[in-house]
Structure formats: structure tokens, C-alpha cells
Design a binder for this molecule. Structure first.
Ligand code: PGA
Length: 259
């Protein structure tokens, strides 16, 4: 089932998804969370941080989707660092249980397999947070990525490098390569929660949720997963065709059904 939830504001999405993660931590204190970088998941992390005092989240493990190649883990622009400051510290997670793929150029040939092994050793990912790129990427799986791909090194598109230039002093500094969980890896998470906000994401949300499943729109791989929740604001939902049904299903959602 691909459930589409339309919210009025990103903060509402943040509360909704944070509640689902908190409920997961209540049920399974040692649950494994898949975390994403970028601006989209920040309202979720803010909400979770606000409740972190309870200590409920302290037993969670987390795996990031991706990392740049060639940035040291303590480089503020590396995803190791971003996850540490946006997720690990504010949520009170144990740093030894928070992981990101290694972008160390010296060990890249084995980094993908090592990351896959680490995810498997943790028992797999229970809930994977996902943003979506305007080019349809999921993680850093750019258009053309195999729907069966595993964690590996990819070349970033110029679109993605431009989009991410805001985190660097100049666009040229954005690394050319990354290491990312594959679409096949992401598909193995037990619950996918994809968030998108703003009109800029409207076309790609419609393509991913309602278009053909295609490696040309990597995020369309979510349609092959049995448990997906897409949370979008009105602007990001504006090009969905089946929107009346999504609202209807939301209104009549059975009490027993969680996110
Ligand atoms: P954003 O990035 O959350 O900053 O829009 C999403 C993505 O590129 O996957």
C-alpha cells in the first residue's frame, strides 16, 4: 500500500512522523531507523528532539542513506557530521549506534559491502525516512540507477550538485562522487516514509507515486514496496491525480491502522 497523507504544513508532517517513530521506539526500544539528510526531514528531527528528554529514543540505532566521497567525517559538510549534529546529539542517540557509509577514498572498493553488512547485522531497517530530489533521486540514486542496486559509489548529477551547493562556499566544492544505499537496499527497509514539501517537488512526487516504475524516476521504486507512507504538503501534492481518494482514505482511516 502506498498511503498518501496530505498535510497543511511541514510542521504537521514533522509531528505525524515523529509520533510514528516514538511509537516504534515504544514497541521496539532497539529499533533501527533509516535517516536522511537535506532540509526535508528537519521538522521530524525537531519534533523528536523536543521529546528526547524522555530517554525513549536512546536505544535506537540509525543508518544514514548516503555520504560524499572525499569529505572527512568531521568535515561539517559531510553527512557523518550532519547526522551527528542534526540527529545523534539532539535525539540523544548513542553515537556508536549511528552509522553512515564511509566516503574515505582509500577504502571505497569495500565500503558498500561493509555498510550492507552493518545494516544486516543490526537486523535491517525498521523505518526509513526519505526525501526526494527534484530529479527523482532517492538517497543519491540518480536517474538511471538500477532498481535492484546496493550500496555503492555514484557520480552526482549536475542538478544535485547545484541543489546542494547551498551547503558549500562555492558550487565547485560540491564533491563529484558519493556513496549511497542502493534502491534495492532501501526497498528492504520494513516501512518507507517519504516526505516532500513545496511546489518544486510537485511534479516529481506525482511521477514517483503515480507514474510508471522506472529507473529514470528512482523514487518510483516505492511503488514496489508493501508499506509506504508519503507525507506531502498541499503544494507538493498539487500534481497528484488521485488526490480525492487520498483525502477520502485519510478521512476514513481505520482507528487501528498506524502510519
Ligand atoms: P531536500 O533534499 O530535503 O533538501 O529537498 C532531498 C533530496 O535531495 O533527496
Amino acid at each position: 500500500m502506498t498511503e498518501v497523507i496530505i498535510v497543511q504544513h511541514a510542521d504537521e508532517a514533522g509531528r505525524l512522523v515523529a509520533d510514528a517513530i516514538t511509537a516504534l521506539a515504544e514497541r521496539t526500544p532497539a529499533a533501527v531507523l533509516g535517516v536522511a539528510t537535506g532540509s526535508t526531514p528537519l521538522p521530524v528531527y525537531r519534533e523528536l528532539a523536543a521529546g528526547a528528554g524522555s530517554g525513549l529514543l536512546g536505544g535506537l540505532s540509525a543508518f544514514a542513506l548516503d555520504e560524499y566521497v572525499g569529505l572527512a567525517p568531521d568535515d561539517p559538510r559531510s553527512y557523518h557530521h550532519v547526522i551527528h549534529s542534526e540527529v545523534t546529539l539532539p535525539l540523544g542517540l548513542d553515537p556508536s549506534r549511528v552509522h553512515a557509509p564511509s566516503g574515505d577514498p582509500g577504502t571505497l572498493s569495500t565500503a558498500g559491502a561493509r555498510y550492507e553488512q552493518a545494516i544486516a547485522a543490526a537486523g535491517g531497517i525498521d523505518l526509513q525516512l526519505l526525501g526526494i530530489g527534484v530529479d527523482g533521486h532517492l538517497g543519491f540514486n540518480e536517474p538511471g540507477s538500477s532498481l535492484a542496486s546496493r550500496t555503492r559509489v555514484k557520480t552526482l548529477t549536475e542538478q544535485t550538485r547545484r541543489d546542494n551547493a547551498r551547503f558549500f562556499d562555492s558550487p565547485d566544492e560540491v564533491p563529484m562522487h558519493c556513496i549511497t544505499q542502493g534502491l534495492g537496499t532501501i526497498r528492504e527497509a520494513r516501512h518507507l516514509v517519504l516526505l516532500a514539501f513545496g511546489a518544486r517537488k510537485a511534479a516529481v512526487v506525482a511521477a514517483a507515486v503515480e507514474g510508471a516504475v522506472s529507473s529514470f524516476v528512482p523514487a518510483s521504486v516505492i511503488q514496489l514496496h508493501p508499506h509506504v507512507t508519503v507525507v506531502v504538503d498541499e503544494a507538493a501534492a498539487s500534481e497528484l491525480r488521485n488526490v480525492a481518494y487520498y483525502r477520502h482514505a485519510q478521512q476514513h482511516k481505520p482507528d487501528w491502522q498506524g502510519l
